[in-house]
Structures are given as structure tokens and as C-alpha cells.
Design a protein around this ligand. Structure first.
Ligand code: MN
Length: 288
């Protein structure tokens, strides 16, 4: 069987969005795009040199039914949650948080000279595991392996690249999460699983994907059609991009703010429990 290079299906521009208590960020995709990126629900890119655009942060709020993945490139975010985790996410660090049945947390960017830049990706959880135990992975930059070739530098958060496996493993949607930096005009290829959802977000520079002459500039998300591999070339300035893939769930999505379930009834239950004070089912941290 001949291998199919994944074609470009959609190119979306990240849109200015106000989130949390007043954080200005770029939303690559979200509620309006369901189910295009299944099992991924949302990708936000915050990037600012102005503390007034981010200091309000994301004060205490709940999550249920999803995983939130925070990846900082520069700057710092203080976080604290109902599982007892408390700490700082620095440039290069990743926090992979499985809310399961429910957590409460806050995520507060700290004032710092220069740039605050990072991402939050929401990964959906299959229906049968949505009310499972929460789990928390806090990874420092040093714990994330990097593969260096002549043309590319690849940080492997989840999944693998050239037989180097990332530290985030054993998740239901079998995610790949790579941060790829390419020298100008570098060619890049990655085998991916047929049937999985694959997208790329251009952090910096520009890239051209196989089969499409369009040059994709910064702050665009590219959703690829089905196939066995991703093939792309960095443009003249080089490129930095996230490449993410996962097994789609093909389940109904009922979404209200930070809670994503399968039915309206489950959302109503969550709201009732939040009012009543029995939203949190587990306070023990399942450290993985
Ligand atoms: Mn949150």
C-alpha cells in the first residue's frame, strides 16, 4: 500500500480573544470548530510584552471532562489546584493536567521583563473516563527530550520523533506533541497514524505543506487531511511550529466554559454540584 502524504484541509488564523479575568490571547481554534479537531477542543496562544494584557490571569475556576496542557516558551505562570499542587510553570516547562471528574485551579501569569509566551491546549477525554480520577504531570524543560539534526531541533513532549519518546504517555487519545524548530528551507517529515487528527501551529517564521503552494505564516493553525505522513518545508526565515496529533473520539460534545462533557444533562449536574459545593470528587493527587 502506498503511503499518503497528508494534504492541507484547513488553514485558520488565530483570533484575538479575551479570556480568564481579562487576558488577551490568540485563539487558534475552540468551541466554534467542534468537531473539526477532535479529540482536541481548543488551542490558545498567549504572547505579550505588556503585563496589562496578561496579569489578570485565570483566577480559581473548575474543569471537568478534559485535559489542559500548558506549555510555556517564555515567562512564568504561578498555579495552584484542589489536588494540592502548587508551583511555577517556567519557560520550557509543560503542565499536563487531567481534570477527570473535577479540579479547581488558578493559573496566574507573573510580571516579568520581556515576553510572556505560551500555549494552552485542551484535550478531550473519552466518555467512559470523563468522571475518572484527576491526574497531574508537571514537567520541567530539562525533562523534555530534544532531538537535534542538521536542519531541525525537536522537543518531544508526547509521542515520539526518531525513536525518542516524550515523557507524557499512556493517555486515552494517544497524543503526539512536538515543538519543532527548522532552519531556513529545511525539509521535515513525520510518520503519523492513519485516522488520527493532525494539526500544526506556526509559532514563528513560515512553512509550506506538501501539495499546497500557499506559504503558511505565523499564528496560523493548519489542519491536515488523513494520511500516513506529514511533509513540510520551512520558509526563508525558517520556522517554529507545534505539531500535534491524537486519536479522534467521535463522541458528542457538550461544552460550557471550562467543562466539557457529552450531554447537556451532565453539564447541568456539574453546575448544580458547583453551586452545592460537591463538585470536587478527589483531592488526592494521582502523580504520574
Ligand atoms: Mn484552567
Amino acid at each position: 500500500m502506498s503511503e499518503i502524504v497528508r494534504p492541507v484541509q484547513h488553514i485558520l488564523k488565530a483570533e484575538d480573544t479575551l479570556e480568564g479575568a481579562g487576558v488577551r490571547l490568540k485563539r487558534a481554534f475552540g468551541n466554534g470548530e467542534v468537531p473539526l479537531f477532535d479529540p482536541f477542543l481548543l488551542l490558545d496562544n498567549f504572547a505579550s510584552t505588556n503585563p496589562r494584557e496578561y496579569l489578570a490571569g485565570f483566577p480559581w475556576h473548575p474543569h471537568r471532562g478534559i485535559e489542559t496542557v500548558t506549555y510555556m516558551l517564555e515567562g512564568q505562570v504561578e498555579h495552584e489546584d484542589s489536588l494540592g499542587n502548587k508551583g511555577r510553570i517556567d519557560g520550557g516547562d509543560v503542565q499536563w493536567m487531567t481534570s477527570g471528574s473535577g479540579i479547581l485551579h488558578q493559573e496566574m501569569p507573573q510580571r516579568k521583563e520581556g515576553m510572556l509566551q505560551g500555549f494552552q491546549l485542551w484535550v478531550n477525554i473519552p466518555a467512559k473516563l470523563k468522571m475518572g480520577d484527576p491526574a497531574y504531570r508537571g514537567l520541567t524543560g530539562g525533562e523534555i527530550p530534544r532531538v537535534q539534526t542538521d536542519a531541525a531541533s525537536v522537543k518531544v513532549v508526547a509521542g515520539s520523533f526518531q525513536n525518542v519518546e516524550g515523557p507524557v504517555r499512556g493517555l486515552p487519545v494517544d497524543p503526539t506533541y512536538l515543538d519543532i524548530t527548522l532552519v531556513p528551507h529545511a525539509a521535515f517529515e513525520l510518520p503519523v497514524k492513519r485516522g488520527y487528527t493532525v494539526f500544526s501551529y506556526l509559532v514563528d517564521g513560515e512553512a509550506r505543506f506538501e501539495g499546497r503552494d500557499t506559504v503558511v505564516p505565523t499564528k496560523r493553525v493548519v489542519l491536515l487531511g488523513d494520511g500516513d505522513k506529514v511533509r513540510l518545508n520551512a520558509g526563508r526565515p525558517g520556522a517554529r511550529l507545534l505539531l500535534v496529533s491524537g486519536r479522534p473520539l467521535h463522541e458528542p460534545v457538550a461544552w460550557y466554559g471550562p467543562i466539557v462533557m457529552n450531554t447537556q444533562e451532565e453539564l447541568s449536574v456539574a453546575m448544580r454540584e458547583l453551586r452545592r459545593g460537591d463538585f470536587i470528587k478527589a483531592r488526592e493527587v494521582a502523580e504520574v
